[in-house]
Design a protein around this ligand. Structure first.
Ligand code: SER
Length: 320
C-alpha cells in the first residue's frame, strides 16, 4: 500500500483508522475523503483530505481518477438504525456507492479495496453463535447492503482482478468519536452517561447479548486483512472477526465496579431492539485465524478501564 484513500473519514472508525495508517504508510500518503461531518483535529491536522460525497458518482470518479490510490478503505456507510429510516439514501450510499467504487477502481487501476461488513450481515435464522459460513438472511436494509457488499466483493476478484477484502465487524466501542446511528451504540453512550450524570437509560433489553470489539482491535483487523498474503486467502470479503460478547447488564456491572454509584435503567426502542434480536450473540472467527492469523487483544476489563480513563480526560478537557 503506497497511496491510500479512506472514505467516511470523519466517522467512528475513520477517525482512528486514518492516524494508524498515516503512522505506518506516511502522513501524505493517506487521504481522507470527507462529506458533511467534520474531521477530528487529529485527522485534519495530520495529512491531506478531499471533499467526497460517495453518493455523487461523478465526484467519486474525479477523486479516484486524480488521486490514483492503489488502495481504498471504503468506510462510508449508513449504520443500521438510521438506514431503516431512509431507505432511499441507504440505497445510494450502501449499495450504489459500493458498486461505483469497485467499478471505478477497476477502471482506474486501483489494486485493493477494503469494504467492511458487519454482524448486520446475519439475520434471524443465523445460529446464535455464528460460524463464518452460515445462513445470511438479514431483515434490515443495512444488513442486506452488507451481504450485497460481501457478494460483490467476492465476485470482483476472480472476474476483474480487483482485490476486494472485508471483515464482519462487531459493535465497536471507542472514545474519540461517539457513534449515533447504529444499534450497538449504547455500549459507548453508557460511558458518557456514567461519567457525566452517573446514570444511563438503555434502549436495548438488559439481556440482549451482542458481539463487541474495542476500536484498536477493529483498526488492527482492517489493516491486517489489507496486508494479508493474498495467496493464503480462501475467503476475501466475508471474514468473521470476534472479540468479546456481552449484554447491557454485564457492561453496566463492569462499569459499576469502577463507578459504584452508576445506575442503569431500561426504556426499549422497538426498532433497535428488533435489529439487535436479529443479530447473533457471538461470532466464530476460526476462518480469519486460520487464513491470516487474526486475534483480538482487548477483553471486557481492559476495554472498560481504557474507555473510562480516556473519556475522563476528554470530557474534563471539553468542559473547561
Ligand atoms: N455497529 C453497527 C450498528 O449498530 C453494526 O455494524 O449499526
Amino acid at each position: 500500500m503506497k497511496k491510500i484513500l479512506v472514505t467516511g473519514a470523519s466517522g467512528q472508525i475513520g477517525s482512528e483508522l486514518i492516524p494508524a495508517l498515516r503512522k505506518k504508510y506516511g502522513l501524505e500518503n493517506v487521504i481522507s475523503g470527507v462529506h458533511k461531518r467534520n474531521l477530528t483535529k487529529e485527522v485534519k491536522g495530520s495529512g491531506p483530505s478531499v471533499n467526497l460525497d460517495v453518493a455523487d458518482e461523478n465526484r467519486l470518479k474525479e477523486v479516484i481518477g486524480s488521486i490514483k490510490p492503489d488502495t481504498i478503505f471504503h468506510l462510508a456507510s449508513l449504520l443500521s438504525a438510521v438506514a431503516e429510516q431512509d431507505r432511499n439514501l441507504s440505497f445510494k450510499v450502501n449499495f450504489e456507492a459500493v458498486y461505483n467504487i469497485l467499478e471505478t477502481s477497476v477502471n482506474e487501476g486501483v489494486e485493493k479495496v477494503i469494504v467492511p461488513s458487519s454482524i448486520g450481515a446475519f439475520g434471524p435464522d443465523t445460529p446464535a453463535i455464528a460460524p463464518n459460513d452460515t445462513l445470511q438472511h438479514p431483515n434490515t436494509i443495512y444488513g442486506i447492503s452488507k451481504v450485497f457488499g460481501e457478494l460483490l466483493g467476492n465476485y470482483y476478484y476472480p472476474t476483474t482482478g480487483l482485490d476486494v477484502r472485508g471483515v464482519r465487524l462487531p459493535g465497536i466501542l471507542s472514545w474519540k468519536v461517539e457513534p449515533t446511528a447504529g444499534t450497538t451504540d449504547y455500549a459507548v453512550a453508557i460511558f458518557y452517561g456514567a461519567l457525566t450524570t452517573g446514570k444511563y437509560t438503555c434502549y436495548l433489553q438488559s439481556d440482549t447479548k451482542l458481539p463487541m470489539m474495542y476500536m484498536p482491535d477493529a483498526v488492527d483487523s482492517l489493516i491486517q486483512i489489507a496486508e494479508a498474503d493474498g495467496s493464503k486467502l480462501k475467503h476475501r470479503s466475508d471474514f468473521n472477526v470476534a472479540a468479546i460478547s456481552f449484554t447491557p447488564a454485564e457492561l453496566a456491572d463492569a462499569i459499576k465496579k469502577r463507578i459504584p454509584g452508576f445506575r442503569i435503567e431500561y426504556e426499549i426502542d422497538p426498532l433497535r431492539q428488533s435489529i439487535a434480536d436479529s443479530w447473533p450473540d457471538e461470532l466464530i472467527d476460526d476462518v480469519a485465524k486460520e487464513e491470516w492469523g487474526w486475534n483480538y487483544k482487548y477483553g471486557l476489563d481492559e476495554i472498560v478501564d481504557d474507555m473510562i480513563d480516556n473519556l475522563k480526560t476528554k470530557l474534563e478537557v471539553s468542559a473547561h
